[in-house]
Ligand binder design. Structure first.
Ligand code: PLP
Ligand code: LYS
Length: 417
């Protein structure tokens, strides 16, 4: 966030003039900062030097292959939630031994695929899933490495739509059930128990819920040790919040220390599954002010990007900074910043104070690197956006904008004749 500044009225990201970059591509487009992704990764890596640690990037945050490549080159693994994500991770240079597979609805095919690819572990989310994995592994003549994803049933304190570790959550196995499973683990002859995983939610801005959840997890670890069952991995999930608005968020050294203190007596490998932390503030959308429309109560900036390109604001009432790429007017004004999609929830900000802009001006929507492109859609038949990567002072197109032909080609028009 702090990397943005104005010089001579033009918006810069470090030394890169975004106005110059924008002139090279047609708007709207996603623009990512590769060096920021690297810095975020290294910030975690350097703090987790006290134990072997796998940083498994949560692919769902953004699965562009060039971005995954940035991380795989640094040794990142992947946290995946579908067979296709496993495939994408492998295609992007992530080693199968560094891939974990989470998710509540893994299919027979996906489990088979993950076993055939020899991934590190499947994070199991229910007893039915555990049975299915055992059966599939038996038929394949394999031993499936599994971790139990447990739900600590705590108050997580993030937006209600992105909580995954409270008592109403569909994710994970509650502790009582996990304990029962551990007692009867030897009935699953084709499973190798690796340990536990936990992921309590996303965009968590306080260390407190992590403290609570991880301490509870340690109780389960002690219970397991007393049964004489060895624990090889503890997967602490993702969820580290980032600052979208310059407010304080989690201090990463504190987060690392929490895990260090809790695990110092254990002989385990740590797994982390950050998504947003690595990539959220590494991306922006550059868009054009298509129209300015004044009504009785409001002044609307109608952008040429909408909720189909970036849905976080409509979905979670999320706050994202919006900055003009060029300041033409020192005066401020208040705008409702909206998109062209036919939904009233298609907005980026209400009553946002901004330097006065004109039709045709360009703006940057910040903090859109995570859960941006990966959650976009073709609603209103709008094509998905192009993506550009800026790294080491260069810019490169890493995905073309979709065309009408791209999304029409799968339709079968003569199906009923
Ligand atoms: C199992 C799992 N791991 C990791 C993540 C990544 O979360 P975040 O982007 O908040 O780090 C998610 C998403 O919430 C998830 O469901
Ligand atoms: N998609 C959400 C986070 C959920 C992550 C997946 N469990 C967001 O944009 O904040």
């Amino acid at each position: 966030m702090t990397n943005f500044r104005y010089t001579d009225n033009l918006l810069y990201y470090n030394d890169l003039c975004l106005f110059d970059i924008a002139k090279k591509y047609s708007t709207p487009f996603y623009c990512y900062f590769g060096n920021h992704i690297e810095n975020q990764f290294n910030a975690i890596k350097n703090l987790f030097n006290f134990k072997p640690t796998l940083i498994a990037y949560a692919l769902k945050a953004n699965s562009n292959r060039s971005l995954i490549n940035v991380l795989s080159k640094l040794g990142a693994g992947a946290d995946t939630v579908s067979g296709w994500e496993i495939r994408k991770a492998l295609d992007s240079g992530i080693l199968s031994k560094n891939i974990v597979f989470s998710g509540v609805g893994k299919s027979h095919e996906e489990i088979t695929y993950s076993l055939e690819k020899n991934i590190k572990q499947i994070n199991v989310e229910s007893i039915s899933e555990l049975r299915l994995i055992n059966n599939i592994a038996k038929n394949l003549g394999m031993i499936a490495p599994i971790s139990l994803r447990v739900n600590p049933e705590i108050d997580v304190g993030t937006h209600k739509n992105i909580i995954t570790g409270d008592e109403n959550s569909k994710f994970g196995i509650i502790f009582e059930e996990a304990k029962n499973l551990l007692v009867s683990l030897n009935q699953f002859s084709s499973l190798a128990f690796m340990g536990f995983s936990i992921h309590i939610g996303s965009q968590i801005n306080s260390i407190k819920p992590f403290k609570l959840a991880f301490s509870k997890l340690l109780e389960l670890v002690n219970f397991t040790s007393k049964l004489g069952i060895e624990i090889k991995t503890l997967d602490f999930g993702g969820g580290i919040g980032i600052s979208y608005n310059d407010a304080d968020t989690i201090n990463i050294p504190d987060y690392a220390k929490l895990i260090k203190d809790l695990t110092h007596t254990l002989n385990i490998k740590i797994i982390l599954e950050p998504g947003r932390f690595l990539i959220g503030n590494s991306g922006i959308i550059i868009a054009k002010v298509q129209y300015i429309k004044t009504t009785k109560n409001k002044k609307f900036l109608i952008l040429n990007t909408g909720m189909n390109d970036f849905i976080r604001i409509s979905l979670y009432e999320a706050y994202h900074k919006i900055l003009p790429l060029e300041i033409n007017d020192e005066h401020q004004d208040y705008y409702d910043i909206v998109g062209p999609v036919c939904e009233s929830s298609d907005f980026f900000a209400h009553n946002r104070e901004l330097n006065r802009v004109r039709e045709g001006d360009l703006v940057a929507i910040l903090g859109t690197g995570a859960y941006g492109y990966s959650m976009s859609s073709n609603y209103n038949l709008r094509p998905k956006l192009a993506e550009v990567l800026l790294q080491n002072g260069k810019d490169v197109l890493i995905r073309k904008q979709e065309t009408y032909e791209d999304y029409s080609q799968l339709e079968i028009v003569d199906g009923l004749t």
